[in-house]
Write a protein that binds this ligand. Structure first.
Ligand SMILES: Cc1cc2nc3c(=O)[nH]c(=O)nc-3n(C[C@H](O)[C@H](O)[C@H](O)COP(=O)(O)OP(=O)(O)OC[C@H]3O[C@@H](n4cnc5c(N)ncnc54)[C@H](O)[C@@H]3O)c2cc1C
Length: 557
């Protein structure tokens, strides 16, 4: 295939990995999983938004991938003989991002999604080639901002930031048009009969217009949950798709369990809001939490785990099989449960804090937030590792980073390597014994006041961005008494459950709870939500894998 026919926006680097050409032997192996078919020039094989998208290998002829926009089309790429279609939506079974059409008549091998998944899982060589190509294609699309939606928003709008974050953390490619920076934005809004006051506006597949949508509406429009059967009884429901939940999903699905994961917003959890994780085994140069989460998410889906973007709101735990109630009204029956709901950032008790959340006050420091405050002064509140990471990361683009800690310094709360980096970064100013006392501004944070608790002196600074990294509380309120909790609200499990806990929970079995098993048989707690756990990515991932071995035992009982 000639690269000159490859359109915008895919890069020419790593072409052989993004668009590999299979050998005749590899093509024969794929053919044994599917069937041959012909295509006529101009025939639309897949329309943008189609469900149940097949996987194609081109035997002869050419297939072009285009993004329709009104009557026009943007060429994404052309697949020639030996090349194959698809990107990560093939794994999840979500709707097609683009139109796929025969550019030259020829022959194709066609596989439905189930056969494609079976191939990826059983043929190591082809599985690696296909997974790598799917993932790299998605990475390219996200980087180039080319997808099936257009988001029109403003850098000063909290809802715009929320939707951008939701899309980014779900790895969904989109084009962004900024109200303040793009002169043609009014024409675009007029075309969809919307006004600037209604932003953020999301245009889904050129047809559906959503005005300031909730994350759930965005997920519904993109069909995130369409392929998940919410009536089926599951072997295992995992609640939470942070590192621990994703690890449990990978191990559970790869070991043959029928696994459903529920996630309120997007995979990755707290780790997904980390700019760079440097202490996770196997990544000597560090990895962003977002990238780690995306890899784990794809891995879980490769093995057939399904992910529902929806919140678990209640556990019906008075009889078996257990039922997990979901905010969309579904009631999911399951034989076992892994609770991996982690923890949620703490909000300092400041009167105006909610007003500025997403409009100057942030709880994560990824490149989305960094983009909105590059070149300016900003504040990081907190003295733990997450605050340290954020300060070092933001200092790469900010004019100055003020780091506010209530204690005398960082030594007690932060890893040594981060303290050294902070000391070596001249644009980070550490302010010990200091706390924020007031926030001011109209629609966006404009200034803050902080107080030195030793001198009592209050200073006012015109700073528009504040990152709050002051620890987290467990996400256990929704459990409503189903499992025993410790005094801080974390879940008690395994040997931490006292005889009193078990007797007040009416533990019904002769055996004691397994490691990580809660006071409810067959219900496990892993990661940050478990009392006494080590609050680290590696331990969360480790607990996810350990829990699955006990899930097998419970299913055999
Ligand atoms: C900014 C930051 C930087 C960090 N850096 C590091 C680091 O460098 N190294 C390190 O080892 N650790 C780091 N950590 C800690 C690490 O991220 C956590 O220990 C880890 O993410 C815990 O994983 P988890 O899966 O247990 O929980 P979480 O990551 O908290 O994930 C829980 C998930 O459950 C979902 N959820 C909650 N309630 C529900 C519900 N009712 N229904 C459905 N879903 C729900 C949440 O949306 C979330 O996605 C950092 C943490 C932060 C905040």
């Amino acid at each position: 295939m000639s690269d000159t026919r490859r359109g915008l926006p895919l890069t020419n680097t790593r072409v052989e990995q993004i668009f590999p050409t299979l050998t005749p032997a590899q093509i024969r192996r794929i053919a044994s999983h599917g069937h041959m078919r012909t295509m006529q020039r101009g025939e639309v094989l897949v329309e943008q938004g189609d469900k149940e998208v097949p996987f194609f290998v081109v035997v002869s002829g050419e297939v072009e991938i285009v993004r329709p926009s009104g009557a026009a089309e943007t060429l994404i790429t052309v697949h020639g003989p030996g090349q194959f279609s698809g990107e990560v939506n093939m794994l999840s079974g979500r709707r097609a991002l683009f139109r796929m059409r025969a550019a030259k008549a020829g022959e194709l091998i066609e596989l439905d999604r189930q056969h494609m998944l079976a191939l990826v899982q059983t043929d190591a060589e082809l599985g690696e080639i296909m997974m790598r190509a799917f993932i790299l294609r998605r990475v390219e699309l996200v980087a180039a901002g080319v997808g099936d939606i257009v988001l029109i928003g403003s850098m000063h709008s909290a809802s715009t930031l929320r939707i951008k974050e939701f899309l980014m953390r779900n790895g969904h490619p989109y084009s962004y048009v900024d109200l303040e920076r793009d002169p043609d934005v009014q024409n675009l809004l007029d075309g969809f009969h919307t006004s600037a006051s209604e932003i953020p506006v999301m245009i889904c597949r050129g047809e559906i217009v959503l005005r300031n949508p909730t994350n759930q509406q965005v997920a519904d429009c993109l069909g995130f949950n369409e392929t998940v059967d919410q009536t089926q009884m599951r072997d295992l429901v995992i609640i939470g798709a942070g590192p621990s939940g994703l690890a449990a999903a990978v191990y559970g699905a790869s070991e043959g369990l029928d696994v459903l994961v529920l996630e309120t917003s997007s995979p990755g959890g707290q780790a997904g809001s980390s700019s760079r994780i440097e202490n996770y085994l196997g990544f000597p140069t560090g990895i962003s939490g977002q990238e780690l989460a995306a890899r784990a998410y794809n891995q879980a889906q490769k093995f057939g785990a399904q992910v529902l973007i929806a919140k678990g709101t209640r556990l019906a735990c008075d009889r078996k099989p257990y039922v997990v109630e979901v905010e969309n009204g579904a009631r999911i029956q399951t034989r076992t449960i892994v609770i991996a709901t982690g923890a949620e950032y703490r909000r300092p008790p400041l009167k105006d804090l909610p007003r500025f959340e997403g409009a100057g006050v942030y709880y994560g420091a990824t490149f989305v937030e960094a983009q909105s405050c590059g070149g300016e002064e900003l504040i990081v509140v907190g003295g733990g590792n997450s605050a340290g990471q954020a300060a070092v990361f933001l200092a790469e683009t900010a004019k100055r980073v003020y780091m506010l800690v209530r204690s005398a310094g960082l030594a007690e709360s932060m890893s040594r390597y981060l303290i050294r980096r902070i000391e070596e970064t001249p644009t980070i100013v550490l302010l010990p014994h200091t706390e924020i006392v007031a926030l001011e501004g109209s629609s966006h944070l404009e200034s803050v006041r902080w107080r030195n608790n030793q001198t009592g002196q209050i200073e006012q600074h015109n700073i528009r961005h504040m990152f709050v990294m002051t620890g987290a509380d467990p996400n256990t309120r929704w459990l409503d008494g189903c499992v025993a909790l410790d005094v801080k609200g974390f879940i008690k499990a395994g040997p931490d459950l006292s005889p009193e806990d078990l007797s007040s929970a009416r533990w019904p079995l002769v055996r004691p709870p397994y490691l990580l098993e809660t006071s409810l048989p067959g219900v496990f707690a892993i990661g940050d939500v478990r009392g006494g756990s080590i609050k680290r990515v590696a331990s969360a991932v480790g607990e996810g894998s350990i829990a699955i071995s006990f899930v097998h035992q419970v299913l055999r009982e």
